[in-house]
Design a protein around this ligand. Structure first.
Ligand SMILES: Cc1ncc(COP(=O)(O)O)c(C=O)c1O
Length: 379
């Protein structure tokens, strides 16, 4: 079976892990963490970067920093991973789900406006597939209604909007380094902000609610419990690996782009014939080519094609079940609003394998994928 994704690692990561192991500093916030945080800050332009155990935890830091009161609402797409909504629910807020655009699958600013209420505190745009949501429109709405913008940039490492790195544009941003992501250390994430005030809160929340970081900088004599928080600091071992991965970002992007563009060119004829719709990268966006997806015309086409791909040894995949129609989504809100684009897309989306070593391992892979589509549509 040709896998759906595969981390791009070699002896460079192995050496970095071994060097850190030998150094004896395995805890978090050691030299390797400091160095990767500085590297991410230099690349993204975010003034404050904290390496975390996951993007899920970075999202929790963001939500904890808002100090939500019961009934406070946070707007997000329903077409997202569960972590976006869990972060809000776990820390006292109510997720409010919005619809998406059919071409980018990113949150639709018009629908955000229609969902803003007197209880809304924040908006979480999710940058799907490494292509930015409409950040100008979203930040303008946030300014108008005095809301915070938390970017879920889990899929956004090395992707840009008007030359600004995703995660560094809103008030806060969260990146993922899970092994399905372009730049990975197995499990991990980062919390980004340009605000000193938010950074001070985040550093306490991430350090179990203590002022230990200030203590280590020599700013206080003893450290103690000063806020709510948890253990969101990641090990230096994984920081060492992540350092190498970020250094390989151009190589990773180039190899993924090659596959993305090969699929895109091959699928043009099927789009022109009306069988499917290819993804759109708006001109303000520089993609990191995290995902190649397309949408077919019916749930039956989705089912049949996924099966056909698998029968040819290709791990093609669907994506998110909309959160508002998921079992837990319906438990927390039994009468959700209808989100027609999200509901249709979820039943019609197909993602194809994409990872840097794919064409080296399977040089004729794109021809095979194309062959499956030709067999199904008889063209
Ligand atoms: C949109 C989105 N948000 C959050 C996450 C959670 O990331 P992590 O696995 O680093 O917690 C993911 C992971 O796939 C994601 O795709």
């Amino acid at each position: 079976m040709i896998p759906f994704h595969k981390p791009y690692t070699d002896e460079r990561e192995a050496n970095a892990l071994y060097d850190t192991l030998k150094s004896g500093v395995l805890r978090g916030d050691g030299p390797a963490s400091k160095s990767v945080q500085k590297l991410i800050s230099d690349i993204t332009g975010a003034k404050y970067v904290y390496f975390t155990t996951s993007c899920t935890h970075a999202l929790e830091i963001a939500i904890l920093s808002l100090n939500l009161k019961p009934g406070d609402e946070v707007i997000m797409p329903s077409f997202t991973f569960v972590s976006t909504a869990n972060a809000v629910l776990l820390h006292g807020g109510k997720p409010v789900f919005c619809d998406i655009h059919p071409d980018t699958l990113n949150i639709a600013p018009d629908d955000i406006r229609s969902k803003i209420s007197s209880r809304t505190r924040a908006i979480i745009p999710v940058h799907y597939a490494g292509v930015s949501a409409e950040m100008d429109a979203i930040c303008a709405l946030a300014n108008e209604y005095n809301l915070q913008v938390i970017e879920d940039a889990a899929q956004g490492a090395d992707a840009y909007y008007n030359n600004r790195h995703l995660g560094s544009i809103g008030d806060m941003g969260c990146l993922s380094f899970h092994d399905t992501k372009n730049i990975t250390c197995g499990e991990g994430g980062a919390f980004l902000t340009n605000s000193e005030e938010i950074a001070r809160k985040a550093e306490v929340i991430r350090e179990k609610g203590t002022n230990r970081s200030a203590f280590l900088r020599g700013e206080v004599d003893k450290y103690t419990w000063i806020e709510r928080g948890s253990s969101f600091i990641q090990s230096d071992l994984l920081a060492a690996m992540l350092n190498i991965q970020w250094q390989k970002k151009d190589e990773i992007r180039r190899l993924r782009k090659n596959i993305w563009e090969t699929y895109h060119a091959a699928l043009e004829a099927f789009e022109l014939a009306g069988y499917l719709q290819r993804p759109v990268i708006p001109k303000q966006c520089t993609s990191n080519y995290h995902t190649y997806f397309f949408t077919v015309n019916s749930p039956a086409d989705q089912d049949n094609l996924l099966q056909l791909f698998r029968s040819h040894g290709i791990s093609a995949s669907f994506h998110y079940i909309p959160l508002h129609t998921s079992p837990f989504g319906l438990q927390i809100n039994p009468t959700p609003p209808s989100l027609p684009v999200t509901e249709k897309i979820s039943n019609c989306l197909i993602r194809l394998p994409i990872y840097p070593g794919l064409l080296d391992e399977h040089p004729d892979f794109c021809t095979l994928a194309l062959h499956v589509l030709s067999e199904y549509y008889s063209i």
